[in-house]
Design a protein around this ligand. Structure first.
Ligand code: AMP
Length: 281
């Protein structure tokens, strides 16, 4: 695996690869890799002749400085996992390389970044859109791979690609889970053993909510049920639970045909914030 910490040598390498006729798949990550990330690498490898992964903990997408400071950093282990997964190129820049000057650019995605994650993490999606735009410009991939776990992020990146006419095909890869259903996440590393035992509650709530909605229980009642379930357990707290239209993220109060609605949930176990989602069908 080729490892680059700087933009110019990476670009020169990729230019040569393109001249050799290679198609390029990009998998952006913040490291502390787990099988969920590696599923994105596998998907890229199946569809491209060269897979580039990035590991960069992007400061502009953290609205909480403590979260940025405590974000797990496991670069050596990550390099081993990427090699084993057959990733061809790793781009692991530092902050000087990605933000040599303080950026002025802010993104506004109208209603898409005002709800759910956007409501509770102001500025988060602007930072995501900024770093993803930079990575798209640097790598210029044919295809890029993101996880369904961060579903709102995927919808926003899809909008970014449409609005800025990036010539990149996007793929949304299903969420990989632990045995108890907990969505794999780098932040799970920060859960204490006791809190890890409790963290499956968000997945359980999604399953139960889905069953209730399918049995025609009104959404308002289901929301109340989920809130009670999560908040009744010590150490856990619900931040939001919403039913959304999966293509335009409009929040829904009922299920009607053609929406392909998705349930989205976020909350805390202790100090660790977790998110998850599930399609209704
Ligand atoms: P992160 O390192 O958390 O920024 O995640 C990098 C990419 O991996 C994002 O597109 C995530 O949505 C995706 N991802 C994270 N966790 C999972 C998971 N459990 N299953 C599938 N994809 C994931």
């Amino acid at each position: 695996m080729e490892i680059f910490k700087q933009i110019d040598p990476l670009k020169a390498f990729l230019k040569d690869q393109r001249l050799l006729g290679k198609s390029i798949g990009l998998v952006p990550t913040m490291g502390a890799l787990h099988p969920g990330h590696l599923a994105l690498i596998t998907a890229s490898k199946q569809q491209n002749s060269l897979t580039v992964s990035s590991i960069y903990i992007n400061p502009t997408q953290f609205n909480n400085p403590a979260d940025l400071e405590k974000y797990p950093r496991t670069l050596e282990k990550d390099i081993g996992l990427l090699k084993d997964a057959g990733c061809d190129v790793l781009f692991a820049p530092d902050n000087n390389e990605m933000y040599s000057q303080k950026p002025f650019l802010k993104f506004d995605f109208t209603h898409l970044d005002k709800i759910m994650e956007g409501k509770f993490r102001p500025g988060h999606f602007s930072g995501v859109a900024l770093v993803v735009s930079k990575l798209f410009h640097i790598v210029d991939p044919d295809q890029a791979y993101f996880g369904q776990k961060d579903f709102q992020q995927f919808v926003i990146i899809r909008q970014l690609v449409n609005d800025l006419q990036f010539n990149i095909a996007l793929h949304c890869i299903p969420t990989l889970r632990e045995n108890d259903g907990l969505a794999m996440s780098s932040r799970n590393l920060r859960l204490s053993a006791e809190h890890r035992q409790l963290a499956g509650i968000f997945y359980k709530a999604l399953i139960e909510a889905k069953q209730k909605i399918v049995s025609k229980i009104p959404i308002a009642e289901v929301k109340e049920f989920v809130e009670k379930q999560i908040n009744a357990q010590p150490h856990s707290r619900l931040e939001y639970f919403e039913l959304a239209h999966s293509s335009n993220l409009n929040l829904l109060n009922n299920v009607s045909d053609g929406h392909r609605p998705i349930l989205c949930i976020a909350g805390y176990i202790g100090e660790i914030r977790l998110i998850d989602n599930m399609y209704l069908d």
